[in-house]
Design a protein around this ligand. Sequence first.
Ligand code: PLP
Length: 409
Amino acid sequence: MRREVIEARPVPRDLASRLSSIKPSATIAISDRANALRAQGVDVISFGLGEPDFPTPLNIREAAKAAIDAGHTRYTRVRGVAPLLQAIADDASRRRGVSFSPREVVVSVGAKHSLFNLALALFEPGDEVIVPAPYWVSYPEQALLMGAVPKIVQTTEADGFRLTPATLASALGPRTKAIVLCTPSNPTGSAYDRASLEALAAVLRGHDCWIIVDEIYSQLVYDGFEQVSLATIAPDLRDRLVIVDGASKSYAMTGWRIGWMIAPPALADACEMVQSQSTTNPSAIAQQAAIAALQGDRAPMEAMVAEFAARRTLMVEGLDSIPGIRCRMPEGAFYAFPSVEGLVGKRAGEKVLADDLDIASFFLEQARCAVVPGAAFGAPGYVRLSYAASQAQIREGVSRIADAVATLR
Ligand SMILES: Cc1ncc(COP(=O)(O)O)c(C=O)c1O
């Protein structure tokens, strides 16, 4: 891994100074590097990118084609068309067991855009935004772009990478504007169970800040894990709670760019105003497709979840059996997040593997497997592997990693 993938780039003199504090996405950088190797004819298995490898289900694709012919080809209301807002509110009410209204929904060009709108609407220089690590790369970067300070709070593998009430309490302060939680998490796959979320809610009740919960992986949980939302267990926090969700992961729709927030109406209106000055509405056609996703047959998604469950076991057990690698069984999403601390200090020929960046590089060069170094997510000593890859690729990739590790001295 070139070290600069996770370091700030020098900014040309005439660009805005705010760019000096942010970094390009390390996950995109790794896939660029894997693609460059592929272009040279190297057979690289990619465990780098975070998107389902399944096609968008047929009923959704058909709905999009029909939408074009039916004339859904013009600007829509900025926050999305009424039937989609209603479909999102209905789906959220059904899945979270509390009532949501279309007044609270704003649809954007992906959940990343929803988060960006929130950052623009809420964060100011001097604000602190609590971000538990390991974190999804965009949370701190978006806060930094607004001049706010991401307050990174470490969680531990022993705590299941979940923020504890004590750690949360010590991170909250007079400048805390918001906290961003992600459950199930990218990159760790960890999810908060009811008891751990209730414990965090008890702390948050005592501190007036925005609570942004990214639930984009909430339908991708395994082994009967009970996915709960803060909205369900702490309705009293609803006036400062924002849920971020979207179509990308659950319905294999990453390229369609549909995500949304469910926020108190005044904040939703503010975010709609922000969006009105940037992208206007998300694609009118993709909005019709999203209605079909939310209201249509759930069988394709259920089949995808069952397949992810099988791949999770294959990958996690495979990695965990490699000497020097330790891998926790995650509750959801589609990522394994093993510790590679046990490989630090080993020699690959003349080269000593100093950290997870070296190890990710070693996996790419020796095992021809693309993984993302944990440092990109604020978690040195770990790497992230996405199991949005076929079982055959997972078997082959894990075996190549095992063979490469066996050559270390
Ligand atoms: C935790 C998390 N939130 C949000 C997103 C953004 O999803 P999208 O913009 O495709 O809806 C991603 C995508 O990788 C993610 O992992």
